[in-house]
Design a protein around this ligand. Structure first.
Ligand code: CP
Ligand code: NVA
Length: 331
Protein backbone atom coordinates (compact mmCIF):
# COMPACT_ATOMS: atom_id res chain seq x y z
CA UNK A 1 0.00 0.00 0.00
CA UNK A 2 1.45 3.36 -0.99
CA UNK A 3 -0.59 6.52 -0.41
CA UNK A 4 2.34 8.96 -0.68
CA UNK A 5 1.37 12.23 -2.33
CA UNK A 6 -2.38 11.61 -1.91
CA UNK A 7 -4.69 14.27 -0.53
CA UNK A 8 -7.41 13.32 1.94
CA UNK A 9 -10.46 15.34 0.88
CA UNK A 10 -13.33 12.84 1.12
CA UNK A 11 -13.49 9.09 1.75
CA UNK A 12 -15.15 8.77 -1.66
CA UNK A 13 -11.60 8.95 -3.07
CA UNK A 14 -10.39 5.97 -0.99
CA UNK A 15 -10.94 2.23 -1.41
CA UNK A 16 -11.97 -0.10 1.37
CA UNK A 17 -8.43 -1.55 1.44
CA UNK A 18 -6.89 1.92 1.74
CA UNK A 19 -9.24 2.83 4.59
CA UNK A 20 -8.46 -0.43 6.42
CA UNK A 21 -4.75 0.23 5.88
CA UNK A 22 -5.11 3.67 7.53
CA UNK A 23 -6.86 2.04 10.49
CA UNK A 24 -4.05 -0.52 10.85
CA UNK A 25 -1.47 2.24 10.64
CA UNK A 26 -3.37 4.17 13.34
CA UNK A 27 -3.25 1.11 15.63
CA UNK A 28 0.51 0.97 15.08
CA UNK A 29 0.96 4.66 15.95
CA UNK A 30 -1.31 4.36 19.00
CA UNK A 31 0.83 1.51 20.29
CA UNK A 32 4.08 3.42 19.68
CA UNK A 33 2.67 6.36 21.63
CA UNK A 34 1.40 4.20 24.51
CA UNK A 35 4.74 2.35 24.69
CA UNK A 36 6.61 5.66 24.81
CA UNK A 37 8.56 4.87 21.62
CA UNK A 38 9.82 8.02 19.90
CA UNK A 39 8.57 8.10 16.28
CA UNK A 40 9.90 11.25 14.67
CA UNK A 41 9.66 9.57 11.26
CA UNK A 42 8.99 12.82 9.38
CA UNK A 43 11.75 14.98 10.87
CA UNK A 44 12.63 17.92 8.61
CA UNK A 45 9.14 18.23 7.12
CA UNK A 46 6.73 21.10 7.78
CA UNK A 47 2.95 21.37 7.70
CA UNK A 48 0.51 24.27 7.87
CA UNK A 49 -2.92 24.17 9.48
CA UNK A 50 -5.56 26.54 8.08
CA UNK A 51 -8.64 27.02 10.24
CA UNK A 52 -11.59 29.16 9.13
CA UNK A 53 -13.87 27.53 11.72
CA UNK A 54 -13.26 26.83 15.42
CA UNK A 55 -11.70 23.54 16.59
CA UNK A 56 -10.36 21.80 19.66
CA UNK A 57 -9.83 18.14 18.70
CA UNK A 58 -8.85 18.50 15.06
CA UNK A 59 -6.40 21.34 15.55
CA UNK A 60 -4.78 19.78 18.63
CA UNK A 61 -4.62 16.36 16.96
CA UNK A 62 -2.81 17.79 13.94
CA UNK A 63 -0.43 19.74 16.19
CA UNK A 64 0.40 16.84 18.54
CA UNK A 65 0.61 14.32 15.68
CA UNK A 66 2.86 16.68 13.70
CA UNK A 67 5.13 17.23 16.72
CA UNK A 68 5.28 13.50 17.52
CA UNK A 69 6.33 12.82 13.93
CA UNK A 70 9.08 15.43 14.26
CA UNK A 71 7.54 17.99 11.90
CA UNK A 72 7.36 21.75 12.13
CA UNK A 73 3.75 22.94 12.50
CA UNK A 74 2.32 26.38 11.64
CA UNK A 75 -1.23 27.34 12.64
CA UNK A 76 -3.12 30.05 10.74
CA UNK A 77 -6.68 31.23 11.36
CA UNK A 78 -8.69 33.39 8.99
CA UNK A 79 -7.88 36.57 10.93
CA UNK A 80 -4.12 36.09 10.60
CA UNK A 81 -3.68 35.08 6.95
CA UNK A 82 -4.33 36.82 3.63
CA UNK A 83 -6.21 33.84 2.23
CA UNK A 84 -9.40 34.72 0.41
CA UNK A 85 -9.36 38.39 1.43
CA UNK A 86 -6.24 39.82 -0.26
CA UNK A 87 -5.00 36.67 -1.97
CA UNK A 88 -6.87 34.13 -4.05
CA UNK A 89 -7.07 30.50 -3.00
CA UNK A 90 -5.02 29.55 -6.06
CA UNK A 91 -2.15 31.94 -5.20
CA UNK A 92 -2.28 30.94 -1.53
CA UNK A 93 -2.12 27.26 -2.48
CA UNK A 94 0.91 27.76 -4.75
CA UNK A 95 2.79 29.73 -2.06
CA UNK A 96 1.99 27.30 0.78
CA UNK A 97 2.90 24.36 -1.45
CA UNK A 98 6.36 25.82 -1.94
CA UNK A 99 6.92 26.30 1.81
CA UNK A 100 5.23 23.24 3.28
CA UNK A 101 5.08 19.47 2.75
CA UNK A 102 1.37 19.24 3.61
CA UNK A 103 -1.64 21.47 4.25
CA UNK A 104 -4.63 20.94 6.55
CA UNK A 105 -7.77 22.99 5.88
CA UNK A 106 -10.96 23.45 7.93
CA UNK A 107 -13.60 25.76 6.53
CA UNK A 108 -16.76 26.05 4.54
CA UNK A 109 -16.67 24.99 0.88
CA UNK A 110 -15.58 21.53 -0.16
CA UNK A 111 -14.56 23.15 -3.46
CA UNK A 112 -12.05 25.31 -1.63
CA UNK A 113 -10.21 22.37 -0.07
CA UNK A 114 -10.22 20.66 -3.49
CA UNK A 115 -8.74 23.82 -5.03
CA UNK A 116 -5.98 23.90 -2.41
CA UNK A 117 -5.10 20.34 -3.39
CA UNK A 118 -5.23 21.13 -7.10
CA UNK A 119 -2.84 24.09 -6.96
CA UNK A 120 -0.49 23.40 -4.05
CA UNK A 121 1.19 20.25 -5.39
CA UNK A 122 1.39 18.84 -1.84
CA UNK A 123 -1.07 16.60 0.07
CA UNK A 124 -4.06 18.47 1.52
CA UNK A 125 -6.07 17.05 4.45
CA UNK A 126 -9.69 18.06 4.91
CA UNK A 127 -10.16 18.95 8.59
CA UNK A 128 -13.94 19.53 8.04
CA UNK A 129 -15.99 21.40 5.45
CA UNK A 130 -19.73 22.02 5.21
CA UNK A 131 -20.01 18.73 3.28
CA UNK A 132 -17.57 16.27 4.84
CA UNK A 133 -15.41 15.44 7.87
CA UNK A 134 -13.21 12.57 6.61
CA UNK A 135 -10.44 12.57 9.25
CA UNK A 136 -13.15 12.09 11.90
CA UNK A 137 -14.16 8.87 10.13
CA UNK A 138 -10.84 7.08 10.56
CA UNK A 139 -10.93 7.94 14.28
CA UNK A 140 -14.51 6.64 14.53
CA UNK A 141 -13.77 3.41 12.65
CA UNK A 142 -10.70 2.79 14.82
CA UNK A 143 -12.85 3.26 17.94
CA UNK A 144 -15.47 0.81 16.66
CA UNK A 145 -12.85 -1.74 15.63
CA UNK A 146 -11.10 -1.52 19.02
CA UNK A 147 -14.41 -2.18 20.78
CA UNK A 148 -15.94 -4.94 18.64
CA UNK A 149 -12.67 -6.18 17.06
CA UNK A 150 -14.36 -6.15 13.63
CA UNK A 151 -16.31 -3.71 11.47
CA UNK A 152 -18.25 -5.52 8.78
CA UNK A 153 -22.02 -5.88 9.13
CA UNK A 154 -22.30 -4.04 12.41
CA UNK A 155 -25.55 -2.04 12.57
CA UNK A 156 -24.55 1.61 12.67
CA UNK A 157 -27.36 4.05 13.52
CA UNK A 158 -26.90 7.78 13.10
CA UNK A 159 -29.70 9.90 14.58
CA UNK A 160 -30.06 13.69 14.35
CA UNK A 161 -29.27 16.12 11.54
CA UNK A 162 -29.06 13.60 8.71
CA UNK A 163 -27.38 15.79 6.12
CA UNK A 164 -24.56 17.51 7.93
CA UNK A 165 -20.83 16.97 7.25
CA UNK A 166 -20.45 14.19 9.85
CA UNK A 167 -23.60 12.33 8.74
CA UNK A 168 -22.53 12.51 5.06
CA UNK A 169 -19.08 11.18 5.89
CA UNK A 170 -20.44 8.40 8.13
CA UNK A 171 -22.72 7.20 5.33
CA UNK A 172 -19.73 7.05 2.97
CA UNK A 173 -17.48 5.38 5.57
CA UNK A 174 -20.09 2.70 6.36
CA UNK A 175 -20.76 1.98 2.69
CA UNK A 176 -17.04 1.64 1.94
CA UNK A 177 -16.18 -0.59 4.88
CA UNK A 178 -19.40 -2.63 4.96
CA UNK A 179 -21.32 -1.52 8.05
CA UNK A 180 -25.11 -1.29 7.74
CA UNK A 181 -25.93 2.43 7.91
CA UNK A 182 -29.28 3.69 9.16
CA UNK A 183 -29.86 7.43 9.22
CA UNK A 184 -32.79 8.48 11.42
CA UNK A 185 -33.74 12.07 10.72
CA UNK A 186 -36.83 14.16 9.88
CA UNK A 187 -37.70 14.14 6.17
CA UNK A 188 -36.64 17.75 5.72
CA UNK A 189 -33.13 16.75 6.84
CA UNK A 190 -32.75 13.65 4.67
CA UNK A 191 -29.29 13.48 3.08
CA UNK A 192 -28.78 14.44 -0.56
CA UNK A 193 -30.45 11.79 -2.74
CA UNK A 194 -27.47 11.61 -5.10
CA UNK A 195 -25.05 10.93 -2.25
CA UNK A 196 -27.39 8.23 -0.91
CA UNK A 197 -27.45 6.60 -4.35
CA UNK A 198 -23.65 6.77 -4.59
CA UNK A 199 -23.32 5.12 -1.17
CA UNK A 200 -25.90 2.43 -2.03
CA UNK A 201 -23.87 1.62 -5.16
CA UNK A 202 -20.67 1.41 -3.10
CA UNK A 203 -22.34 -0.80 -0.48
CA UNK A 204 -23.96 -2.89 -3.27
CA UNK A 205 -25.00 -6.29 -1.87
CA UNK A 206 -22.55 -6.23 1.04
CA UNK A 207 -24.33 -3.86 3.42
CA UNK A 208 -27.46 -1.70 3.61
CA UNK A 209 -28.12 2.04 3.60
CA UNK A 210 -31.45 3.03 5.18
CA UNK A 211 -32.79 6.56 5.45
CA UNK A 212 -35.86 6.90 7.69
CA UNK A 213 -37.69 9.38 9.88
CA UNK A 214 -38.73 6.66 12.36
CA UNK A 215 -36.72 6.60 15.65
CA UNK A 216 -37.95 3.02 16.27
CA UNK A 217 -35.52 1.93 13.57
CA UNK A 218 -32.78 2.20 16.21
CA UNK A 219 -33.85 -1.31 17.21
CA UNK A 220 -30.92 -3.72 17.14
CA UNK A 221 -28.27 -1.01 16.71
CA UNK A 222 -24.69 -1.92 17.64
CA UNK A 223 -23.59 1.72 17.49
CA UNK A 224 -25.71 4.82 18.08
CA UNK A 225 -24.06 8.03 16.90
CA UNK A 226 -25.27 11.61 17.01
CA UNK A 227 -23.94 15.10 16.35
CA UNK A 228 -25.01 18.68 17.13
CA UNK A 229 -28.35 19.85 15.74
CA UNK A 230 -26.88 23.05 14.29
CA UNK A 231 -23.45 22.98 12.66
CA UNK A 232 -20.77 25.65 12.47
CA UNK A 233 -21.53 28.19 9.76
CA UNK A 234 -25.32 27.79 9.94
CA UNK A 235 -27.24 30.98 10.78
CA UNK A 236 -28.50 31.68 14.32
CA UNK A 237 -32.09 31.74 13.03
CA UNK A 238 -32.16 27.98 12.42
CA UNK A 239 -31.88 27.06 16.13
CA UNK A 240 -35.57 27.54 16.88
CA UNK A 241 -36.83 25.38 14.03
CA UNK A 242 -34.07 22.77 14.44
CA UNK A 243 -34.77 22.25 18.15
CA UNK A 244 -38.47 21.68 17.51
CA UNK A 245 -37.70 19.36 14.60
CA UNK A 246 -35.03 17.28 16.30
CA UNK A 247 -36.37 16.97 19.87
CA UNK A 248 -37.93 13.56 19.09
CA UNK A 249 -34.52 12.47 17.75
CA UNK A 250 -32.57 12.92 20.97
CA UNK A 251 -30.36 10.06 22.14
CA UNK A 252 -31.74 9.18 25.58
CA UNK A 253 -32.16 6.08 27.77
CA UNK A 254 -35.34 5.06 25.88
CA UNK A 255 -33.53 5.03 22.56
CA UNK A 256 -30.51 3.19 23.97
CA UNK A 257 -32.89 0.55 25.41
CA UNK A 258 -34.24 -0.10 21.92
CA UNK A 259 -30.75 -0.91 20.65
CA UNK A 260 -28.76 -4.12 21.05
CA UNK A 261 -27.87 -4.66 24.76
CA UNK A 262 -24.17 -4.27 23.87
CA UNK A 263 -24.71 -1.09 21.87
CA UNK A 264 -22.16 1.72 22.23
CA UNK A 265 -22.76 5.46 22.03
CA UNK A 266 -20.56 7.74 19.90
CA UNK A 267 -20.39 11.48 19.15
CA UNK A 268 -17.72 13.42 17.26
CA UNK A 269 -17.91 16.17 19.94
CA UNK A 270 -18.32 18.96 20.99
CA UNK A 271 -21.69 18.00 22.47
CA UNK A 272 -24.60 19.77 24.16
CA UNK A 273 -25.32 17.16 26.84
CA UNK A 274 -25.75 19.58 29.75
CA UNK A 275 -26.03 23.29 30.52
CA UNK A 276 -22.31 23.83 31.20
CA UNK A 277 -21.72 25.77 27.95
CA UNK A 278 -22.91 29.26 27.07
CA UNK A 279 -25.06 27.95 24.21
CA UNK A 280 -26.36 25.01 26.29
CA UNK A 281 -27.35 27.44 29.05
CA UNK A 282 -29.05 29.85 26.61
CA UNK A 283 -31.03 27.00 25.08
CA UNK A 284 -32.09 25.81 28.55
CA UNK A 285 -33.23 29.32 29.49
CA UNK A 286 -35.17 29.68 26.25
CA UNK A 287 -36.62 26.19 25.68
CA UNK A 288 -36.30 24.50 29.08
CA UNK A 289 -34.30 21.54 27.74
CA UNK A 290 -31.22 20.62 29.80
CA UNK A 291 -29.61 18.75 26.89
CA UNK A 292 -29.97 18.64 23.14
CA UNK A 293 -28.77 15.79 20.92
CA UNK A 294 -27.89 13.46 23.84
CA UNK A 295 -28.88 13.36 27.50
CA UNK A 296 -26.20 13.75 30.13
CA UNK A 297 -27.13 10.28 31.41
CA UNK A 298 -26.25 8.56 28.10
CA UNK A 299 -23.24 10.78 27.48
CA UNK A 300 -21.70 9.80 30.82
CA UNK A 301 -22.82 6.15 30.74
CA UNK A 302 -20.53 3.14 30.38
CA UNK A 303 -21.78 2.68 26.83
CA UNK A 304 -20.36 6.05 25.82
CA UNK A 305 -16.99 5.89 24.02
CA UNK A 306 -16.84 9.59 23.20
CA UNK A 307 -13.54 10.37 24.91
CA UNK A 308 -11.70 7.37 23.46
CA UNK A 309 -13.09 8.49 20.10
CA UNK A 310 -11.65 11.98 20.70
CA UNK A 311 -8.24 10.54 21.63
CA UNK A 312 -8.28 8.39 18.52
CA UNK A 313 -8.48 11.52 16.36
CA UNK A 314 -4.81 12.14 17.14
CA UNK A 315 -3.57 8.61 16.39
CA UNK A 316 -5.54 8.45 13.15
CA UNK A 317 -4.57 11.94 11.93
CA UNK A 318 -0.97 10.88 12.52
CA UNK A 319 -1.52 7.83 10.33
CA UNK A 320 -3.23 9.87 7.60
CA UNK A 321 -0.37 12.40 7.50
CA UNK A 322 2.30 9.70 7.62
CA UNK A 323 0.70 7.77 4.74
CA UNK A 324 0.54 10.93 2.58
CA UNK A 325 4.11 12.00 3.32
CA UNK A 326 6.14 8.78 3.40
CA UNK A 327 6.38 5.67 1.27
CA UNK A 328 8.23 3.72 3.96
CA UNK A 329 6.04 0.86 5.20
CA UNK A 330 6.24 0.63 9.00
CA UNK A 331 3.58 -2.06 9.53
N1 CP B 1 -14.83 16.45 16.29
C1 CP B 1 -14.18 17.57 15.95
O1 CP B 1 -13.85 17.81 14.77
O2 CP B 1 -13.92 18.42 16.98
P1 CP B 1 -13.32 19.89 16.88
O3 CP B 1 -14.38 20.76 16.24
O4 CP B 1 -13.02 20.29 18.29
O5 CP B 1 -12.08 19.85 16.01
N1 NVA C 1 -21.41 18.97 12.40
C1 NVA C 1 -20.52 19.64 13.30
C2 NVA C 1 -19.28 18.85 13.51
C3 NVA C 1 -18.26 19.44 14.45
C4 NVA C 1 -17.06 18.58 14.62
C5 NVA C 1 -20.19 21.03 12.77
O1 NVA C 1 -19.90 21.14 11.56
O2 NVA C 1 -20.25 22.00 13.52
Amino acid sequence: MNLKGRSFLTLLDYTKEEILYLINLSEKFKKLKKDGVVHKYLEGKNIVLLFEKASTRTRCSFEVAGNDLGMGVTFLDSASSQMGKKESIEDTAVVLGKLYDGIEYRGFDQELVAKLAEYSNVPVWNGLTDDYHPTQMIGDLLTIKEHFSYLENLNFVYIGDGRNNVANSLMIACSKVGLNYTCITPESLFPDAKLVETCRNIASEKSTITITSDPNKAEGANIIYTDVWVSMGEPEEVWDERIKLLKPYQVNANLMNMADPNCIFMHCLPSFHDTDTTIGKDIYDKYGIPAMEVTDEVFRSEKSLVFTEAENRMHTIKAIMYASLSDKNIL
